[in-house]
Design a protein around this ligand. Sequence first.
Ligand SMILES: [Zn+2]
Length: 606
Amino acid sequence: MDWKGLKCGLEIHQQLDTKKLFCECSSDQTMAHPRKTFKRVLRASAGETGQVDVASLAEMEKGKYFIYQEFPRTTCLVELDEEPIHDINSEALFIAIQAAKLFNAQIAEEIQVMRKTVVDGSNTSGFQRTALVARNGKIDLPSKAISIQTVCIEEEAAKIVERKPEYDVFDLSRLGIPLVEIATGPDITSPDEVRLVAEHIGMILRSIGKVKRGIGTIRQDLNVSIEGGTRVEIKGAQELRLLGQLVEKEAHRQYHLLQLKEDLKAKGVRKPSPNPIDVTHLFAGSDSKILRNAGVIGMRLAGMAGFLGIELTPGFRFGSELAGYARIEAGVAGIFHSDELPSSEEAQPKYGITFKDVQAVRKFLDVKKGDAFFIVAGPAAGKAVDSVCKRIRLAFEGVPAEVRKANEDGTTSYLRPMPGAARMYPETDIEIIKVPEVGEIKIELISDKIKRIEQSGVSKDIATQLAKSAELSFFDYITNKYPELENAFVAKTILLSPREIESRLKLETENLSNEILEKIFSAVHDKIISKDAAFEVMVDVCKEGKLNLEKYKLLSDEELESAVKKIVSDHPKMPFNGLIGKAMEELRGKAEGKKIVDALRRIRQE
Ligand SMILES: [Zn+2]
């Protein structure tokens, strides 16, 4: 597919490793047991404009309640929404301002915290707080510049623990963790580019430090449209490798939806209105357990044969799209449609539904050649029929404006309609924040760190690992204090040797503190031990729990001389190479190899 007309923007949410944004609770997500749980029902309230948001209404219609888990240390009355928020966390705000500067964005003079309506239960207050920190920045990729529209700071939502048809359970320990949100303009024009942009933004954020690491601590949302299509939001991509796939599949989906629209028009298909017909009795003796034990409703779709089976993107059909609406809006498990059910005597039953069942439904619903039908089971089947019809009618317009959820396989599924403008209104519990003056930011980007370490004589691979590790400041400290040490040796000793001791020798390395390591570096620097002995010294520290340099002390020139002399006189008939081996074995770590060989040569010539 040619990506002409593809436009994609990226929104990155990065958790900060500070206290929470509007209270003093810890942001550490421990695996503790909840201290208490409590139940709440939320309601959609009108924003300042007096309108109730469509997205909120859609959530309300599900009629759910929510159960919240409280924890010691990580939740307080603020998370429970029983106390007004405290002042904004100034450290988190400072990090957001640093980020804004690194993205070359214009920082606001004043910050107004806003409330963004959230009615899916993920926030006890019914809204998420967000504040615009800066706008109009950019990043420079090798190929082009990407605009950064906004840099915001916001609170993280509560974490979903369990979803049931009647209620959802949320963990409040995540609620209120500060997030920096970086939103690019729709400047990304190919699936490959999206990952580059995400990596670059992630690298800049990690360069600041104080950001959380690991799965779930950074989330990417995408907005995607193609020419003639519609801006669709895709929420919650957690893995970078999926981003390109998500964009590619969304572009395909929109392309085929546009084609579907033309085909519907060309075939003269009429927009369906809900016409549910009870077909429960047809499945009384069915092999399908789902259909046998529940009320079943069917509906004929005039002129739509073949349409539900159209692949919008590999493995994802228009029928999957309809099922997505029914699932989200009515809470049913899915729908069965004529394009996927057995169409001949020879065809295998599908989901326990046989060709005979299909024929019975066709007859009862008066499905003619060229028509399609679908069936849906359960108490919410009537509501599901409404949702399916609604989605089919939207297909006559092209691509609906939606928020979709990123799936593991790179496809997406319907989540909710695109929220309207009624979602934001000012937070009245705290005053407008005057932005503190932040001088010149001295942050070295990880990409610049890698370059610097590499230029100091360390291999690219180790430089990259070191630049991203917490060990870098120790490396900088040692190489500054002991400039005669080779940087490659320092890097290897700090980064690779402990790993090797753990993986190859299966020893614990907790005793290898920076203090111990510095003593080893200092001893190498002062020529008390040889560079080659450093590893053995470290192994001994892990085994014995204490540093013993004595054992590896370098011999003085005189001591070396007499030790070599003794080896030569003890083995009068040994050839030179044998003597080298012998001397290396006995004096290993106590003298540089070259000095041992030199001494041997001298003594042999005497
Ligand atoms: Zn708190």
